[in-house]
Design a protein around this ligand. Structure first.
Ligand SMILES: [Zn+2]
Length: 420
C-alpha cells in the first residue's frame, strides 16, 4: 500500500485513536493494518479435533519433475504478464534459463508440497481498497482486492463453473452454447470496462481469452489424450476399444481412431465421435507426446495467437478503462459515439469536424500544452504514432511500453476531456 496512487478514498476515521487520517500514506497504512487484521485466522491456538480415519488409503501426489517444469517454462509466451510487481522475473528470462532454473524450482515446489508451507514472498500483492457500502470514512467498509484480480477471480471461480463436465455437455444445442458464451462476454465487459457495443473481437483481444467453445474443444482433446495414454480410470479406457481400428496392432500409426457412424447430430457432437475427429486431425508429433501437461501446452500454443501484454493492465482503473475504450473506438469521444449512433454530431469543441482518437492525441489545439509535455516524455521511447499510443509496440521493451502507457494515462488525466 506504500505506493498508493488513488485519491478517490476520502479521509478515514482511525478506529483506535478516533482521529481522522487525511494523508495518502496515513490512509494506506490504516487500510493496510485493517486488511492484515482481518486476514489473521483466529483459532486461538485450539488444536483441531482428532477425527477417526475412514480409509487406510492415502492420496499420493507425485513429485514435480524438472522436465515438467522445463516444459512449462519453455511454453511461456514472451511479453505476457509475469506477476504482480515490476520486480518479478520476466517470461523471457524464465524461458531462456529453463534448463538450469527448473532444478531449483522443482526443489522449491516439492519442498513446499512436502512441508505444506507456502513461501511468504509469494503472498505479496499490490492491493486495491475496494469500497463495499455504508460510510466511506469507515475503514471496515473496504475490502482488499489485488490488482488484476477481477480477471483472476473470473478465471479461478467463475470459469470452472461454466466448464464443469463440459466434455460431456458440449454436444448441447447452438442456442445454449451461445447463451453461455454471452455470459463470458459480459464478464469480459465488466473486467475491461468496455461498453455494450464493443465488439467480441475487442473483448477477446483485451482479455486474451478464447471463446468457451474453443476451450471446450481443447479440453476434450486433453481428456482424449489421457484416454489414449491409458491414464484414466478403467471404464473410460474400455470405451475407447470400440473405436480402435481392426488393424490397430499392425498399423504403424497406432494413434488413429475410427470415427463411428453417426445417424443423429447429438451423437455426432458427443464426446467420442467429436474428439476422435479432432484427434485424427492433429499432427502425428503432437499425438505422440507422452506427458499430459506437455500435450496441453502444445495444443494451447497452437491455438492462441495473441496474449495480452502486461502493460495493458497497469495504472489507475478509470484511466486504464478509458485507454482501452480509445483503443477499440468505444470511448466518449464524439466520433466514437457518432459511429454507434449515440450522438448526431462527431465534431470536437475546437471546431474540428471529427473528434476521434487521432484528433484527441495528436491534433486538438485545446490540449496543446499537455501534448507538448506528453510528446517530450515519450519521444525517446518510440516513434509518435496513434498505433503506438493506443497499442504499444513490440519494437521496445515491456518496461518502455509501461512508461509509454503511463504517459498516455497521464495525458488522458491532464486534458480532463473525460472527467473533471
Ligand atoms: Zn479538438
Amino acid at each position: 500500500m506504500g505506493n498508493c496512487r488513488s485519491t478517490s478514498i476520502p479521509p478515514l476515521l482511525n478506529p483506535n485513536t478516533n482521529e481522522i487520517s487525511v494523508g495518502e500514506k496515513e490512509k494506506a497504512d490504516l487500510l493496510n493494518s485493517y486488511f492484515c487484521n482481518i486476514s489473521i485466522s483466529s483459532d486461538d491456538g485450539v488444536t483441531p479435533p482428532d477425527l477417526p480415519l475412514r480409509t487406510q488409503h492415502s492420496l499420493d501426489i507425485d513429485e514435480i519433475t524438472e522436465d515438467e517444469i522445463k516444459d512449462i517454462l519453455k511454453s511461456l509466451e514472451i511479453g505476457k504478464a509475469s506477476g504482480e510487481d515490476c520486480t518479478s522475473i520476466s517470461h523471457q528470462m524464465l524461458k531462456y534459463t529453463s534448463n538450469s532454473v527448473c532444478v531449483p524450482l522443482s526443489f522449491i515446489f516439492n519442498c513446499s508440497m512436502r512441508t505444506s508451507k507456502f513461501p511468504s514472498c509469494w503472498k505479496d500483492a499490490n492491493v486495491l481498497a475496494f469500497f463495499k457500502k455504508g460510510d466511506k470514512s469507515t475503514v471496515s467498509n473496504y475490502c482488499p482486492i489485488a490488482l488484476n484480480n477481477l480477471n483472476k477471480i473470473y478465471l479461478a471461480y467463475i470459469l470452472p463453473l461454466l466448464e464443469y463436465a463440459c466434455e460431456l455437455w458440449d454436444r448441447c444445442c447452438v442456442r445454449d452454447s451461445e447463451k453461455i458464451e454471452r455470459l463470458q462476454f459480459e464478464a469480459a465487459r465488466i473486467i475491461t470496462g468496455l461498453p455494450q457495443f464493443a465488439s467480441i473481437e475487442s473483448l477477446l483481444f483485451e482479455t486474451g481469452w478464447e471463446t468457451l467453445s474453443s476451450r471446450r474443444n481443447r479440453r476434450k482433446l486433453c481428456l482424449f489424450h489421457k484416454i489414449h495414454r491409458n491414464n484414466v480410470i478403467e471404464y473410460l479406457m474400455d470405451c475407447i476399444s470400440n473405436y480402435t481400428e481392426d488393424n490397430y496392432y499392425n498399423t504403424r500409426n497406432r494413434s488413429h481412431y475410427r470415427v463411428p457412424r453417426c445417424r443423429l447430430d447429438i451423437f455426432s457432437k458427443s464426446f467420442f465421435p467429436s474428439s476422435i475427429r479432432a484427434w485424427n486431425l492433429l499432427p502425428l508429433d503432437i499425438r505422440s507426446i507422452q506427458s499430459s501437461p506437455n500435450f496441453k501446452n502444445t495444443i494451447r500454443r497452437n491455438d492462441i495467437s495473441f496474449l495480452v501484454p502486461k502493460y495493458y493492465f497497469i495504472g489507475n482503473r478509470m484511466e486504464n478503462i478509458l485507454h482501452t475504450k480509445l483503443r477499440h473506438r468505444c470511448s466518449p469521444l464524439k466520433a466514437d459515439l457518432y459511429r454507434v449512433n449515440l450522438v448526431n454530431d462527431p465534431s470536437c469543441e475546437c471546431g474540428c469536424p471529427l473528434e476521434d482518437s487521432i484528433h484527441f492525441f495528436l491534433e486538438c489545439p485545446l490540449y496543446i500544452n499537455f501534448r507538448n509535455q506528453f510528446f517530450k516524455n515519450i519521444q525517446h521511447l518510440a516513434d509518435i504514432s496513434i498505433e503506438h499510443i493506443l497499442f504499444g509496440t513490440d519494437e521496445i521493451t515491456v518496461e518502455q511500453n509501461t512508461i509509454l502507457f503511463r504517459n498516455v494515462h497521464s495525458y488522458i488525466r491532464h486534458t480532463k476531456r473525460f472527467f473533471d
